[in-house]
Design a protein around this ligand. Structure first.
Ligand SMILES: O=C(O)CCC(=O)C(=O)O
Length: 275
């Protein structure tokens, strides 16, 4: 078992995140990158915009990552042994593009209650200050949900450009990771990330999120897989794991899942981000 140590747990409780956690070797991370780029090459529209969600449903390789025992051991230390995979997202920032993520708290718009869940950000490439790694406002998870402006600003990778304004940058810490390492962050920590100013892509594969089976979706419907333990609550629709890349059956269920996710991200909003 590679559970979090008591120091790591303390770090998570005090700061709202813990990192780095070793998950994959650099070569294994590179294999994941190749899988992502293989999908982008063969199915060019599949991983654009909303297509960056629920990617584990169409690729056995990405699916396998979500069930990685090192990730699950660490997650279990935080949310307990009954764990569901409730969504994945690729946060890709290509060089020379305007992608950034405004400061926000995930719990504000994702509809998962209570907050017995944690987000795992796995670095597929290195993530550093030059290529726009996440910046965390340590300790901000201890406060309530803050006001978020819906800014819809160009390049913002968040759906509605949800933004906590006036975050003191000097109080935020860059979350630097090597390819294959992961961070875990709390539902209410304020975090964001800047532009990629390097010459290569920055890719994060994010399990968004691992949830305890006691967590409900209060804004709509999400599709889950059992990662560990039992689901006696049965709040969510369970889906089966993919056995081959892009099977038509998996594509269909992913489309449903993504349509439902859009309804969660845009409740009552007619304006949508340009994809
Ligand atoms: O990848 C990024 O830069 C931001 C990701 C993020 O906001 C998240 O995983 O909650």
């Amino acid at each position: 078992m590679s559970k979090l140590t008591s120091n790591q747990l303390q770090e998570y409780n005090d700061n709202g995140y813990v990192a780095p956690i070793e998950v994959l070797t650099k070569d294994q991370a590179f294999e994941i990158r190749k899988e992502i780029e293989n999908i982008e090459t063969k199915w060019p529209n599949e991983l654009k915009g909303a297509g960056r969600n629920y990617v584990h449903m169409i690729s056995p390789i990405l699916d396998e990552v979500c069930h990685n025992s090192k990730m699950l051991d660490a997650v279990e230390s935080i949310i307990g042994k009954n764990i569901l995979i409730c969504g994945t997202t690729l946060f890709i920032k290509n060089p020379h593009e305007k992608g950034f993520v405004s400061f926000h708290q995930d719990a504000t718009y994702i509809g998962l209650e209570p907050h017995n869940w944690v987000t795992a950000w796995l670095a597929i490439t290195d993530a550093n200050e030059e290529n726009g790694c996440m910046r965390m406002w340590s300790g901000s998870h201890k406060d309530n949900i803050r006001h978020h402006e819906q800014k819809y600003d160009e390049g913002n990778l968040l759906t509605r450009g949800q933004t906590v304004e006036n975050v003191p940058l000097d109080k935020t810490t860059p979350l630097v990771l090597k390819a294959g390492q992961m961070s875990l962050h709390h539902p209410t920590i304020v975090h964001g990330s800047g532009l990629n100013k390097s010459k290569d892509r920055r890719i994060g594969f994010v399990i968004q999120s691992y949830i305890g089976t006691n967590v409900e979706q209060v804004l709509g419907k999400m599709y889950v897989q059992q990662a560990r333990g039992d689901d006696t609550f049965k709040y969510h629709q369970h889906t089966k794991r993919p056995h081959k890349i892009m099977s038509s059956e998996d594509i269909e269920i992913r489309k449903k899942a993504n349509d439902d996710l859009q309804r969660i991200f845009y409740p009552g909003f007619t304006k949508k981000r340009d994809l």
